[in-house]
Design a protein around this ligand. Structure first.
Ligand SMILES: Cc1cc2nc3c(=O)[nH]c(=O)nc-3n(C[C@H](O)[C@H](O)[C@H](O)COP(=O)(O)OP(=O)(O)OC[C@H]3O[C@@H](n4cnc5c(N)ncnc54)[C@H](O)[C@@H]3O)c2cc1C
Length: 416
């Protein structure tokens, strides 16, 4: 068959789900168009390292065209998809249209501010390179401003850093931020009393790391406390005006910095598609990951609402997106062979989160543990999962340097 006659598979999104799908279709009898509004794949689990001045963006992002240089059945287009006609089977992007035979929607998520506009306008978020760099610039700027501030109340507000959301991202960010202050900023600002600094982790529920087993929750709590992170549980944030946080019990925290990690919902595009959505705006799929009524469309990753055997929706995790990509490709191949697609089953690979130097919590193969061994596994796994040998080497050298010399590489305040 000439390439033009092969079924056309369009993949929207070059994140974890989209990349895995494209790789797994490398030898399939299809031609692939991969579309993303960015020209790079972003390793989001390390975004917080950009925010705390540990890594530069190019170390956790990789150009899509380079990744697929050798994959002959794939072309890449950098475009924003703005609409999809599921009946006529075409998608619209930045003024052009493209027809498909099969469509994989792997468009990921966006920060969910839970309808609080004041938070959306004034808080920082960790979702893309721009927001992580803006957070880094702001954090460093707060130290500069505090070093010139004579009024102690104003200074304390400048030096109070609040992270909202006690899940893995919030915990990792708070722990890393506390370490940046203790190990690095104390050296950069020897004349300042950094005893005035507060790092506060706010969690609306009764526990941090709510999805983790009890023992790991306690270990996380203890490791954060050791790093001088103040943990406030049952602390529901209701407003933030850029200088003051208000909690549901009407208490207030004076701060110029709120990093919001307390919610994710499906990417904006899903709202324009006229399809059934569930919690967090995620698209409801069949057990086979197909879109109801459109067996030629698969929805995977953060954008998909897929209920697990225990009745709960699968979490928004890279591991879920990658496993769903594998299942969607298997089902697509089955359809091409006129076979029946199969239901997707998620295999939980365990949990892993770092809280800083020598400190992490893990549950792997049913075993829960914390401390140095969990941290070493975290380091090895994250370096291994980065794309590109050069990125792996540079990040490894960076982290080794920071570990040995209690330093971070990127303490630059840059203006956009
Ligand atoms: C700060 C942070 C830390 C995290 N830490 C972990 C962790 O430790 N472990 C873990 O397993 N998971 C972690 N996650 C979650 C993980 O990153 C996501 O679950 C995963 O990226 C989802 O993969 P995906 O393919 O669904 O979407 P993504 O990887 O988000 O990719 C979606 C892609 O679609 C593109 N896109 C979206 N809309 C359009 C459009 N309209 N047109 C064109 N392109 C579009 C985007 O540009 C993006 O490249 C973290 C996430 C964040 C934000």
């Amino acid at each position: 068959m000439t390439p033009q006659k092969l079924p056309h598979v369009v993949i929207v999104g070059a994140g974890f789900g989209g990349l895995e799908t494209a790789h797994r279709l490398a030898n399939a009898p299809v031609r692939i168009t991969l579309i993303d509004r960015q020209n790079y794949h972003l390793f989001q689990p390390l975004l917080y390292q950009i925010a705390i001045a540990g890594l530069v963006p190019s170390q956790i992002a990789y150009p899509v065209r380079t990744i697929f240089r050798r994959q002959k059945n794939l072309t890449f287009q950098m475009s924003e998809v703005t609409a999809i006609d599921f009946d006529a089977r075409y998608i619209k992007m930045d003024g052009s249209v493209i027809a498909y035979d099969y469509l994989i929607l792997a468009i990921g998520g966006q920060t969910n501010f839970l309808g609080m506009q004041s938070v959306e306008h004034n808080a920082f978020q960790l979702k893309n390179i721009e927001s992580a760099v803006a957070t880094r610039n702001h954090l460093l700027e707060m130290f500069e401003q505090a070093s010139r501030e004579a009024d102690s109340d104003n200074r304390r507000a400048l030096l109070t850093f609040v992270v909202a959301g006690g899940g893995p991202t919030g915990v990792e960010t708070a722990g890393a931020l506390a370490e940046l202050i203790t190990h690095v900023m104390t050296k950069d600002y020897p004349q300042m009393d950094l005893g005035e600094v507060r790092v506060i982790l706010l969690e609306a529920g009764p526990n941090v790391m709510a999805s983790y087993p009890n023992g790991l929750r306690k270990a996380t709590h203890d490791l954060l406390r050791k790093k001088n992170v103040e943990i406030m549980v049952n602390a529901k944030l209701t407003d933030y005006n850029g200088k003051q946080i208000t909690l549901s019990n009407n208490s207030q925290i004076q701060t110029h910095t709120l990093i919001w990690t307390a919610g994710i919902r499906a990417a904006e595009l899903v709202e324009k598609l006229g399809i059934e959505r569930a919690a967090s705006s995620r698209v409801v799929t069949e057990a086979t990951l197909q879109l109801p009524g459109h067996p030629e469309v698969f929805v995977i990753g953060d954008a998909a609402y897929f209920v697990n055997g225990n009745g709960q929706p699968l979490p928004m995790l890279a591991t879920v997106a990658q496993q769903q990509a594998k299942a969607a490709v298997n089902n697509l191949r089955k359809i091409l062979r006129d076979e029946k697609p199969e239901a997707f089953h998620y295999k939980d690979p365990g949990l892993l989160a770092t809280i800083g130097r020598n400190a992490a919590v893990a549950r792997i193969w049913g075993l829960s543990f914390s401390g140095f061994i969990a941290w070493a596994i975290w380091v090895v796994l994250h370096i291994y999962r980065l794309i590109g040998f050069r990125n792996r080497l540079v990040v490894l050298i960076n982290w080794a340097w920071d570990y040995l010399f209690y330093d971070t590489q990127v303490r630059l305040i840059t203006k956009e």
